[in-house]
Design a protein around this ligand. Structure first.
Ligand SMILES: Cc1ncc(C[n+]2csc(CCO)c2C)c(N)n1
Length: 231
């Protein structure tokens, strides 16, 4: 079994929980509360900005031109293509995309990005790859699962979103990241592999947490009002 096959096996319960999450079920059924979608797009716009920064940090740690090319192509893809699923969600809620940009990140999204930045700054290229991989991999599997389950036609409210993530460009990104991580793992110590596994599993959990944050419209008012008033 390759290293990334092992990671995927360990993360199976988290992938299943993501598939069962009410937000993802709502995408399948074409019915997600509009407040949840608004919350998601606001956070995800900033998430994509951070993701491009992370690819930039990865570039700064590359030794091979081939690796540099891979990461820069991915920055281009996030910048110019990942906006399509966002536009789909904006049409669904009936709010212009521009109005959903520039908001502070809610706690779970903030945590996710800081987790990836930690591995990007403190770790080697293998650790960055491990922290980034769940992003395309979980979305690819959501896209594929919903294609199988729903096989949406163009009238489905989330047709663009589902077909975008079930597309070959998403599987190419995932396969490419996996191959690079597997190659890195071949030359890595057990300790390094533990760090990569931890980075990967936490990112999978934080993918679930991002759906949860959006669905519950999580804010920084973490302390219940009653507790604040009585303290
Ligand atoms: C929370 C969250 N996780 C994953 C994605 C999907 N995604 C974001 S950037 C990217 C490209 C990777 O090269 C992919 C697939 C998202 N939009 N939001």
């Amino acid at each position: 079994m390759t290293f990334t096959e092992q990671l995927r096996q360990e993360a199976e319960p988290i992938f299943e929980a993501i598939m069962e999450h009410p937000f993802v079920r709502g995408i399948a059924n074409g019915d997600v509360p509009k407040g949840a979608v608004t919350h998601y797009v606001k956070a995800d716009f900033e998430y994509l900005n951070a993701f491009m920064h992370l690819y930039g940090i990865a570039v700064s740690k590359c030794h091979d031109r081939d690796d540099i090319e891979f990461f820069t192509q991915n920055i281009d893809f996030v910048l110019n293509s990942e906006v399509h699923p966002h536009h789909n969600l904006c049409e669904y809620i009936g709010i212009p995309y521009e109005q959903l940009q520039g908001y502070p990140l809610p706690p779970n999204a903030d945590y996710y990005i800081k987790h990836m930045k930690h591995h990007a700054h403190e770790g080697n290229l293998g650790e960055i790859l491990a922290a980034l991989l769940p992003c395309p991999w979980t979305y690819l599997e959501i896209g594929n699962r919903l294609m199988e389950e729903v096989n949406p036609d163009t009238n489905h409210p989330f047709y663009t979103w589902i077909t975008f993530y079930a597309d070959t460009s998403m599987s190419n990104t995932t396969i490419n990241l996996r191959e690079r991580l597997d190659t890195w793992a071949e030359g890595a110590s057990e300790r390094e592999k533990e760090h990569m596994k931890e980075a990967f599993i936490k990112s999978c959990q934080l993918e679930w947490a991002f759906w949860e944050m959006s669905y519950n419209e999580q804010t920084w008012d973490l302390i219940p009002r009653a507790s604040v008033a009585s303290s």
